[in-house]
Design a protein around this ligand. Structure first.
Ligand code: MD6
Ligand code: FE
Length: 212
């Protein structure tokens, strides 16, 4: 059972709850170790953009019953790894606990997308909208090097603001912010000692299917 150091949310925009320092160092290490074990079973793959096939700069994996993948045929959730064909590993129990604390009204998450950033990786402005269940929030956890997170509104052209996400921080998008545009402009190499090889791991937990 994780002992979360700081369950106080900073509401940075309607529906955007930011939890700076949610996980203390010991929690970060435990989660890191759980994720590194998952990456042995479900090795990182490099997703490609729909249609063009252009590779992402981040590598990805997943855990939980469903995983998010992207290739020439589009974005989708699927129960198996796109390269090994095996089922995704189970979600570590502490991730489920964190979801329960941050999203108490939502049904359990079905997908945990693992984004892996090296020093040069970034993620373009996007919405998370491949889920049928948009009533549940998306909960995101950051481990390792800090990232410059860009947060916009529901339209691509809306004003954006920047937020620094550090190791152990969480951010949740729900309600009016569930479909807010967001992305990662860059990470700051060498800003954390959590990952021996440097870089950043981001975990995004999502409910995919509608629960009735
Ligand atoms: C990242 N995060 O932090 C990418 N999506 O590397 C996301 O794409 C994200 O942080 C939905 C809600 C929160 C997020
Ligand atoms: Fe996202």
């Amino acid at each position: 059972m994780p002992t979360l150091s700081n369950l106080a949310a900073v509401v940075v925009a309607p529906g955007v709850d930011y939890f700076p320092g949610l996980l203390d160092r010991a929690e970060q290490e435990a989660l890191r170790d759980g994720i590194l074990a998952i990456l042995v079973e479900a090795p990182p793959f490099r997703p490609r953009m729909p249609r063009t096939g252009k590779p992402f700069s981040v590598r990805m994996s997943n855990c939980g019953p469903l995983g998010w993948v992207s290739d020439e045929t589009g974005y989708r959730y699927q129960p198996t790894h796109p390269e090994t064909g095996r089922a995704w590993p189970e979600m570590p129990p502490r991730l489920l606990e964190i979801w329960r604390l941050l999203a108490p009204d939502a049904p359990p998450p079905e997908a945990c997308l693992i984004n892996l950033y090296d020093a040069n990786a970034k993620m373009g402005l996007h919405q998370d909208r491949d889920e049928q269940e948009l009533a549940a929030p998306v909960v995101s956890l950051s481990l390792g090097d800090s990232a410059l997170f860009r947060l916009g509104g529901r339209e691509r052209g809306d004003r954006t603001r920047s937020l620094k996400l550090q190791s152990g921080d969480a951010i949740a998008f729900g309600g009016p912010a569930r479909l807010a545009f967001h992305g990662i402009d860059r990470i700051t190499p060498g800003s954390s000692t959590l990952l021996a090889e440097g870089g950043r791991i981001n975990l995004t937990l999502r409910r995919v299917s509608r629960s009735e």
